[in-house]
Design a protein around this ligand. Structure first.
Ligand code: C2E
Ligand code: MG
Ligand code: MG
Length: 672
C-alpha cells in the first residue's frame, strides 16, 4: 500500500479538504494539527507556523504545507523510516494543493462580490428606481432611486413581497409576473403607494432576470414617477371633455355618455331620455349686463340643475345657453316630463347675480330612446327640434317643454331644424356678407353696393336668405342678424376707405322688426365706431313695413335721415303704397322690385308698371333703382325710361368684399 493510499485510507482526505476549504486561522491550524496527529498515530506530529530550527535535539522531520506552515514529525531520536518521510510529503503536498484551490476560489468569489458591488453602485447612480425580485415577488435588491421614490430604505424593503407597494384594486402580483414572463417583459402605468401613504402614478417596465442558462429566476422592475405627466394628461382630458365655465360635461362627453346609456337601456329593455334645455331671455341679459353677469348666471343655472337631478342623471352644457340632461334609465315617458317640470321649477326663484335680480326661463325638448333614435346624434337632433317647438309655446315664465313626435311633419321638423341652426349660427361664425354693385346707368360706374347676408349651414350648406330671413323675423333673431350685418358692413367700408378707394354707398337691409327707437342709436354707434360718414350708408326698408304704425315709423325715419343716412324703399311695387302716402316718408330712393323687371321688354304690363314707377319717383324727386337686371334689353329699357341706377346679374352677382375693388375699375356704359 503506498503512502498516499494510506493517507486516504485513513479517511482523513475528506477531513483535510473540508478543513482547508471551510476553516480559517486558529481553527484551521488546530484541525490540521489534529489530522497530522492522527496520521502519525504513535509519533509526535504537529502542524506549525514556525520552521523547526536545524540542529535541534530531536532532529525533527518537517515538510512545508504552505509558504508559512509546516508539518513536523519529531521524537524517535531522528530514526524515521521511509514511510514516515513519504507520508509527511504526501500530506504536505495534499495540503498545499488544497490551499492553492482555496486561493483560487477566494479570488473568484471576491471578483463576483466586486462585480456585485459595482453593479449596486451603478444602480444607485440611476435616477430611476430599480428593484429586483424573485419569481414570487420577493424583493432581492432595492437601489437608491427606489429609496428616494418610495421612502423605504433598502433594509426595509429587501425580503418583502413587492405587493406591499401596490395600491388596492390591482390584480395579484403573481399572475402579473406569469403574464409578463410569457411576453418577455412589458411596460405599464401603475399606481403605487409610498411609505408616507401617498399614492402616485409610475411608469413601470419589467424585464426578466435570467440565470446563465437563460432560465428566468426573477424580475427587474424599473419605475419612474409620472404623476406630473399624468396630472397634465388629466387636465387636458378635463379641458377636452368638460365645460370650463360650469365644469359640466361638454357636448363630446355627453355624446359618449349618451351612447353608453343607450346601450345600457338596450340591454335592460328600458327607455332612455334626452332633454335639450335652452334658456329663455338669457341673451338680452348677457348683452345688456355683460358677460360676467351672464357667466355667473349660467353657473347658477348649472348648479340648480345639478341639485335637482339624481346622481346617475347626466347634465351637460352644450354651448352658450344650452344644456342637456340625459336620463339613462327610465320606465315610462312621463318620467322624462316629471324631470322637465322639475328643471323648469328650478327657474321659479329669481337668480341673484351681484345687485341684479334676474328672471329667466327655459324651453325643453325631449327625445326618447328607442322610438326617436338609436344613437346620441339623432336623439340630440330630435330633442333640439322639440325644444324649438317648446320655445314657440312658452306659456309660463319659467318656460315649457315638448316631446319630439313623429306627427311633427317633415316640413315643421325641417323648419324647426333650420330654426335651431339659426339660433347658434351667429355664435358659430356661420354668417358672411356678400356685396352686390349698384351701377349708375348713365356713367356706367359703380356708385354703391348692397350688403347681402349669407349663411352656410354646417350640414345643409348655403341657405338662401329667402328661406332663413322670414324665419329669423318670426323668431326675433333678425334683430341680432341685422345688427351684425350693419356692423360688418361699416367695418368693411372702413377697410375700403383705408385701401384708398373713393367712398361709395353701402346699402344694408333693415327688417321691419328692427325699426324701433333703438335703430338710430345703433346706426350712429356703428358709423362712429368705424369712422364712416353717414352719407355713405343707405338703409333699405321694405314697402310692406310702411303699412304698419306709420306715425312711429316716420319719426324714426326722420331721426335717421337727420343723421345724414339715406333711406331706400326696397321691393317697391309689391305693396300698395299710394302716391300721397309715399310723400309722407323721408325716402331718397325707390327700388323697383325684381318681379317687374323680369318681364321687360316682352311683357307690356311689366313695362308699363316699371315705367310708371319711374315717372312717379321722378315727380316725388326720388332716385330710382331697378333690381334684378339680367339682360341688356332690360337695361336699355330702363335707360330710356329714365331710371337712375341698376343692380343685377348683368353687372355682377353678389360677391366677396375683396372682389369689389376690381369691379370698381370697370366701365359698364357699353352694357346698354
Ligand atoms: P333684396 O334686399 O331685395 O335683395 C336683392 C335680392 O335679389 C338678393 O337676393 C340678390 O342676390 C338678388 N338679385 C340681385 N340681382 C339679381 C338678378 O339679376 N337676378 C336674380 N334672380 N336675383 C338677383 P338674396 O341675397 O337672396 O336676398 C334675398 C332677400 O333677403 C333680400 O332681398 C332681402 O330682403 C333679404 N336680405 C338679405 N340680406 C339681408 C339682411 O342682411 N337683412 C335683412 N333684414 N334682410 C336681408
Ligand atoms: Mg335689399
Ligand atoms: Mg329687393
Amino acid at each position: 500500500m503506498d503512502a498516499f493510499a494510506e493517507v486516504s485510507d485513513l479517511g482523513l482526505g475528506a477531513a483535510l479538504g473540508e478543513a482547508v476549504l471551510s476553516l480559517q486561522g486558529a481553527t484551521l491550524d488546530a484541525e490540521l494539527n489534529r489530522i497530522v496527529g492522527s496520521v502519525f498515530r504513535h509519533s509526535t506530529a504537529a502542524y506549525v507556523r514556525e520552521r523547526p530550527r536545524p540542529g535541534a535535539d530531536d532532529a525533527a522531520l518537517f515538510c512545508a504545507a504552505s509558504p508559512e506552515t509546516y508539518y513536523v514529525l519529531s521524537g524517535k531520536n531522528g530514526n524515521y523510516n521511509e514511510a514516515d518521510v513519504h507520508k509527511l510529503n504526501v500530506l504536505a503536498s495534499l495540503t498545499s494543493g488544497l490551499f492553492a484551490t482555496r486561493a483560487q476560489l477566494d479570488q473568484r468569489h471576491s471578483a463576483s462580490a466586486h462585480a456585485q458591488l459595482q453593479q449596486m453602485q451603478i444602480l444607485d447612480q440611476i435616477h430611476e428606481s430599480v428593484i429586483t425580485m424573485d419569481l414570487a415577488g420577493f424583493i432581492i435588491s432595492w437601489n437608491r432611486g427606489a429609496e428616494n421614490l418610495f421612502g423605504y430604505a433598502a433594509g426595509e424593503a429587501v425580503g418583502k413581497n413587492i405587493l406591499f407597494l401596490y395600491e388596492d384594486e390591482e390584480l395579484d402580483g403573481l399572475r402579473l409576473f406569469d403574464a409578463f414572463l410569457e411576453q418577455g417583459g412589458r411596460e405599464m402605468e401603475v399606481r403605487r403607494r409610498k411609505k408616507s401613504g401617498v399614492v402616485f402614478w409610475a411608469s413601470l417596465s419589467l424585464s426578466p432576470l435570467c440565470d446563465p442558462g437563460g432560465q428566468p429566476i426573477g424580475i427587474i422592475g424599473y419605475l419612474s414617477d409620472i404623476t406630473q405627466r399624468k396630472e397634465a394628461e388629466q387636465k387636458i382630458n378635463h379641458l377636452a371633455y368638460y365645460d370650463a365655465l360650469t365644469d359640466l360635461p361638454n357636448r363630446s362627453l355627453l355624446r359618449q355618455l349618451l351612447d353608453k346609456s343607450i346601450s345600457q337601456a338596450q340591454r335592460n329593455s328600458t327607455l332612455s331620455a334626452l332633454l335639450f334645455v335652452d334658456l329663455n331671455r338669457f341673451k338680452p341679459i348677457n348683452d345688456t349686463l355683460g358677460h360676467q353677469v351672464g357667466d355667473a348666471l349660467l353657473r347658477q343655472v348649472a348648479e340648480r340643475f345639478r341639485q335637482a337631478l339624481r346622481e346617475h342623471d347626466i347634465v351637460a352644457r352644450l354651448g352658450s345657453d344650452e344644456f342637456a340632461v340625459a336620463l339613462p334609465d327610465i320606465n315610462q315617458h312621463y318620467h322624462a316630463s316629471l324631470v322637465a317640470q322639475k328643471l323648469l321649477a328650478t327657474m321659479d326663484a329669481v337668480f341673484q347675480v351681484g345687485d341684479h335680480e334676474l328672471r329667466i326661463g327655459a324651453s325643453i325638448g325631449i327625445s326618447v330612446y328607442p322610438q326617436d333614435g338609436g344613437d346620441a346624434a339623432t336623439l340630440l337632433q330630435k330633442a333640439d327640434i322639440a325644444m324649438v317647438k317648446a320655445k314657440r309655446n312658452a306659456d309660463r315664465i319659467s318656460g315649457s317643454y315638448a316631446f319630439y313626435n313623429h306627427s311633427m311633419n317633415q316640413i315643421t321638423a325641417g323648419r324647426l331644424y333650420l330654426e335651431s341652426g339659426l339660433r347658434r349660427a351667429l355664435d358659430n361664425d356661420e354668417f358672411s356678407v356678400s356685396y352686390q354693385p349698384k351701377v349708375d346707368i348713365r356713367s356706367g360706374k359703380i356708385v354703391g353696393v348692397e350688403a347681402l347676408l349669407r349663411w352656410k349651414h354646417p350640414e345643409k350648406g348655403w341657405i338662401s336668405p329667402l328661406d332663413f330671413i322670414p324665419l329669423a323675423e318670426e323668431t326675433g333673431l333678425i334683430l341680432q342678424l341685422d345688427a351684425w350685418v350693419l356692423e360688418t358692413a361699416c367695418a368693411q367700408a372702413r377697410v375700403w376707405q383705408d385701401l384708398g378707394l373713393a367712398p361709395f354707398r353701402i346699402a344694408v337691409n333693415v327688417s321691419a322688426k328692427e325699426f324701433t327707437a333703438a335703430l338710430p342709436v345703433r346706426v350712429d354707434a356703428a358709423l362712429s365706431r368705424h369712422g364712416i360718414s353717414p352719407q355713405w350708408l343707405e338703409l333699405e326698408i321694405t314697402e310692406s313695413m310702411l303699412m304698419h304704425s306709420a306715425e312711429s315709423v316716420i319719426a324714426i325715419m326722420e331721426q335717421i335721415t337727420a343723421q345724414g343716412v339715406v333711406l331706400a324703399l326696397d321691393d317697391f311695387g309689391t305693396g300698395y303704397s299710394s302716391l300721397s302716402y309715399l310723400k309722407r316718408f323721408p325716402i331718397a330712393t325707390l327700388k323697383i322690385d325684381r318681379s317687374f323687371i323680369l318681364g321687360i321688354p316682352a311683357d307690356r304690363n311689366d313695362c308699363a308698371i316699371a315705367g310708371a314707377i319711374i315717372v312717379m319717383a321722378k315727380q316725388l324727386r326720388h332716385k330710382v333703382i331697378a333690381e334684378g337686371v339680367e339682360t341688356r334689353e332690360q337695361l336699355n329699357f330702363l335707360l330710356q325710361a329714365g331710371c337712375d341706377e341698376a343692380q343685377g346679374y348683368l353687372f355682377s352677382r353678389p360677391v366677396a368684399a375683396e372682389q369689389i375693388s376690381i369691379l370698381l375699375e370697370k366701365d359698364f356704359r357699353d352694357y346698354s
